[in-house]
Write a protein that binds this ligand. Structure first.
Ligand SMILES: *[C@@H]1O[C@H](CO)[C@@H](O)[C@H](O)[C@H]1NC(C)=O
Ligand SMILES: *[C@@H]1O[C@H](CO)[C@@H](O)[C@H](O)[C@H]1NC(C)=O
Ligand SMILES: *[C@@H]1O[C@H](CO)[C@@H](O)[C@H](O)[C@H]1NC(C)=O
Ligand SMILES: *[C@@H]1O[C@H](CO)[C@@H](O)[C@H](O)[C@H]1NC(C)=O
Length: 400
């Protein structure tokens, strides 16, 4: 009896220690850290028709084939629009998480999510989505900024050198995750009975937290720590890059079919009211864009949302018409990973390889692994990215 109690006590202690100090992310022994980014999986469409569940089966196959082809990613990022919340039922909206993460759980892979505009809807609570994810110990998704306006998936994860046992040393890399919100508020209606739209940009309270937390980390470790940013909806800088500077098929290889692309602040007026007809863009992502170029060490910003765009662009110039000047940060899309959501571009997932060596030069390697096993768009995001010539990416389609 006494031994049983001791055993239970030790188990409970181990569990709470795990909750407080989860296994830290670490570079592999060969000095690399690979991230596999799945975006726009859009599970849960039309459960009452055969094509909805059939899409989800195909999306699971995409996850499996990409993860089989990539030897061993250190982290999977689910970069928004995991579920199409407009189509799901109040009773079981968050249950789709179990299907999405099954291939990750089976491989023992940790993952971290950002939520997209379809992940917060009248029948889908993004807070409940986080709770569902956090039932799995492999889920590293967190919420570090309180308040209804902040959204949910605003947090960072440190990555340490290989071999570290306890995180007492400086992280080698920081991964920042942001909630660009959008969609609608869970179970809320306005006076006229309409669902309440949710602003679609990174809230200023979150930008203040970003700057404050980064300052604290920089002061604590007395150095700039290289970092990557994940956010579902891209900023106006990506849009301006596309429409004002231009995306070259050999210099920024990738599909460029969503033209002009949808950005944060789309459909909102400068005064903060929602009006899709009158206000194409309200400029509310300015504070976030300023932070992206002013905080030192940010090497790349990875977005989804625009299923038909898969390129990376180095924001190192004054883009005509833009008041904010880039500092060399790479703005990248991934690849539409799910069979849900609009568009038939071949499914896949962007891979990002960070090596301790290349990090010293501020460089990243990236490519897209397609569902058929092929690799496209392999580029080196180094100092001359944007001038170097690469093969153009084929624009293939796949169907259900
Ligand atoms: C929300 O879920 C309820 C209960 O399943 C369903 O009757 C309703 O149609 C859904 N509403 C929306 C807007 O999806
Ligand atoms: C949610 O409920 C609907 C209606 O009962 C069902 O068709 C669907 O398969 C359920 N989804 C999940 C993930 O359990
Ligand atoms: C957004 O981009 C457009 C060009 O597409 C530019 O004219 C505008 O000034 C930009 N807005 C901000 C806030 O930088
Ligand atoms: C960047 O990478 C490309 C492709 O590997 C290479 O051709 C180019 O020389 C590199 N630039 C620098 C500055 O290392």
């Amino acid at each position: 009896m006494r031994y049983t109690l001791v055993a239970v006590g030790v188990t409970l202690l181990a569990h709470s220690a795990y909750a407080i100090f989860p296994t830290p992310l670490k570079f592999s022994k060969d000095g690399t850290f690979q991230i596999s980014i799945f975006e726009d999986l859009h599970f849960g469409e039309n459960a009452w028709e055969s094509w909805g569940p059939a899409q989800d089966t195909k999306s699971v196959a995409v996850l499996n084939s990409v993860l089989d082809a990539e030897s061993r990613p250190n982290l999977v990022v689910l970069n928004g629009d995991l579920i199409t919340g407009e189509n799901t039922f109040l009773e079981n909206s968050t249950a789709y998480i179990d299907r999405i993460v099954a291939p990750l759980v089976a491989r023992g892979l940790p993952w971290a999510s950002t939520y997209g505009n379809h992940d917060s809807q009248f029948n889908l609570s993004s807070t409940a989505l986080l709770a569902r994810e956090n039932r799995y110990r492999n889920s590293l998704t967190r919420s570090m900024v309180p308040g209804r306006e902040a959204g949910v998936t605003n947090y960072y994860l440190p990555v340490y050198e290989s071999g570290i046992r306890w995180p007492w040393s400086a992280p080698k890399l920081l991964l920042w995750f942001f909630d660009s919100r959008g969609g609608g508020y869970f179970q809320e209606r306005d006076g006229d009975g309409n669902e309440v739209p949710r602003p679609n940009w990174v809230d200023e309270s979150v930008v203040r937290w970003f700057r404050r937390t980064n300052n604290a980390l920089t002061a604590r470790w007395r150095r700039t720590i290289p970092s990557l940013v994940f956010v579902h909806i891209p900023t106006n800088a990506s849009r301006a890059a596309q429409t004002e500077d231009g995306i070259g098929q050999y210099t920024e290889p990738g599909i460029n079919d969503d033209y002009a692309l949808a950005q944060q602040g789309e459909g909102w007026c400068e005064d903060g009211t929602n009006n899709n007809e009158k206000c194409p863009y309200g400029g509310q992502d300015t504070a976030f864009m300023e932070a992206l170029v002013e905080i030192p060490g940010i090497l790349g910003v990875f977005s989804g949302h625009d299923h038909g765009d898969t390129w990376c662009y180095k924001w190192d110039t004054q883009i005509p018409g833009m008041s904010i000047k880039g500092n060399g940060v790479n703005l990248c899309f991934g690849q539409h990973s799910g069979y849900g959501g609009y568009g038939n571009w071949i499914r896949g997932a962007r891979q990002v390889l960070v090596s301790e060596d290349a990090l010293k030069r501020g460089e990243l390697d990236t490519w897209i692994r397609l569902e058929d096993g092929a690799v496209v768009g392999t580029v080196e995001l180094n100092a001359t990215y944007g001038e170097d010539l690469y093969p153009a990416t084929p624009n293939d389609k796949t169907y259900l």
